[in-house]
Design a protein around this ligand. Structure first.
Ligand code: SF4
Length: 410
């Protein structure tokens, strides 16, 4: 991978999710790039549907994929899913998402326990009362036995209720009690850190532990992770849970993750978007990549600069060309898999008219300035700042794409 890291990246322990390193900078390790991950929404018991979706997410650039393991039928298929992906040449590590019955499933389905690269354990959903510690221990022992990473994944919506009740009682006794929001944040952090400490006591190496504390509110998420980062050296998985649909989900996730990533906090990210019916799940992967790339943290694919268009463009021709070129670059240049190394920082400008067109085009590696309304129907093309050709006629899009392809190949 050709990657650059923010100078402010926080040093953490390093955890391997299968072959994918997460975090680093402490204990002689080199900091790894922020990892993009996603999650399927197929029924894991349907192995073929899950293989298809994992493969699609991986092709879009997801470097780790989580699948739910919620039933004996699902657990029974995890090994088949792993082998099916391997047969397709897809080595993306799989993470099992366990709630309530993970201790039973990991014990009863060794093929599942072995095939997963990481177990996600939600301390709030492990069990109640005396069963809680016993069932948590059973899952950690499986991780120790199979040498798997664990994410202690606390969630605002499923916080350990016994712990919360105890903390509320203790808080009520304080001269200056915490606000209910601050108390909730502290409960999330304590739940994660205490569970991690418990896992270490049970024999799990600190180098096998990743932590997350997800909430659905941007300001709370930022406060929780900023605090978490000061209180532990574990790599942190970031995500705004239940971010929502459409632009709201994208904006909320971007705001939250950007504020933290800018402080060097976050070693893996997931953008949790609610897809439209029949919308591809890959959108969350693309959004996660674009957050990292637009912040200058990682590069995944050449990005297209395009103007918004205005009254000087009376057709949608240039927007269509910009979308076509972006789609071509994304589909043809999966640089995150080590292909096309060197072009990931390439910039392509598709501009709607002569006002800003030539200027932006000269600044990009390749740029085209399309004719606006009333302009001569020609489109000058600039390569590395020099005007190389002027396109005209009905095939401007195809000819420009050929120029981009030539540039990449040479
Ligand atoms: Fe409008 Fe031209 Fe500016 Fe694009 S470059 S927004 S078409 S003035």
């Amino acid at each position: 991978m050709s990657l650059s890291l923010l100078k402010t990246a926080r040093n953490t322990l390093q955890v391997m999710i299968g072959h994918v390193p997460v975090g680093g900078g402490l204990a002689g390790t080199i900091a790894s790039p922020v990892v993009v991950q996603s999650m399927t929404n197929t029924d894991t018991a349907d192995a073929q549907a899950t293989i298809n979706q994992v493969f699609e997410l991986w092709q879009a650039g997801s470097e780790v994929v989580r699948i739910t393991v919620n039933s004996p039928e699902a657990a029974a298929q995890v090994g088949n899913i792993r082998r099916g992906l391997d047969a397709l040449g897809c080595n993306v590590p799989l993470v099992g998402d366990f709630h309530y019955n993970g201790h039973k499933l990991l014990a009863a389905y060794p093929d599942c326990a072995e095939s997963l690269a990481k177990y996600r354990i939600n301390p709030g959903n492990v069990g109640k009362g005396s069963k809680r510690d016993e069932q948590f221990a059973a899952m950690i022992e499986a991780a120790v036995h199979y040498k798997k990473a664990v994410r202690i994944g606390v969630n605002w919506g499923s916080l350990d209720q016994a712990k919360m009740a105890q903390m509320m009682d203790d808080n009520a006794q304080l001269a200056e009690p915490l606000s209910s929001e601050a108390l909730m944040r502290e409960a999330l952090i304590q739940s994660a850190l205490e569970s991690a400490a418990q896992a270490v006591e049970l024999g799990l190496s600190p180098n096998q532990i990743i932590i997350s504390c997800k909430v659905s509110n941007v300001q709370d998420l930022v406060k929780v992770y900023a605090e978490l980062a000061t209180r532990s050296d574990y790599p942190l998985h970031l995500g705004l849970t239940e971010a929502g649909m459409g632009s709201k989900g994208i904006v909320a996730s971007t705001a939250a993750l950007a504020l933290l990533l800018q402080q060097g906090i976050g070693n893996t990210i997931r953008v949790s978007l609610t897809p439209e019916p029949n919308e591809s799940r890959t959108k969350e992967v693309i959004v996660a990549q674009e957050i990292l790339q637009t912040m200058g943290i990682r590069s995944f694919t050449p990005l297209v600069t395009a103007c918004p268009g205005c009254g000087r463009t009376t057709s949608t021709y240039f927007q269509e060309l910009a979308m076509q070129i972006q789609s071509y670059l994304r589909n043809q240049m999966p640089v995150w898999r080590g292909l096309y190394a060197g072009v990931e920082n390439m910039s392509v400008a598709v501009m709607g008219c002569v006002v800003n067109g030539p200027g932006e085009s000269k600044l990009a590696n390749i740029g085209i300035s399309l004719p606006g309304t009333g302009e001569t129907p020609v489109a000058p093309v600039f390569v590395d700042g020099e005007k190389t050709v002027t396109l005209k006629g009905d095939n401007i899009a195809q000819e420009f794409q050929a120029i981009v392809e030539d540039y990449v190949q040479t």
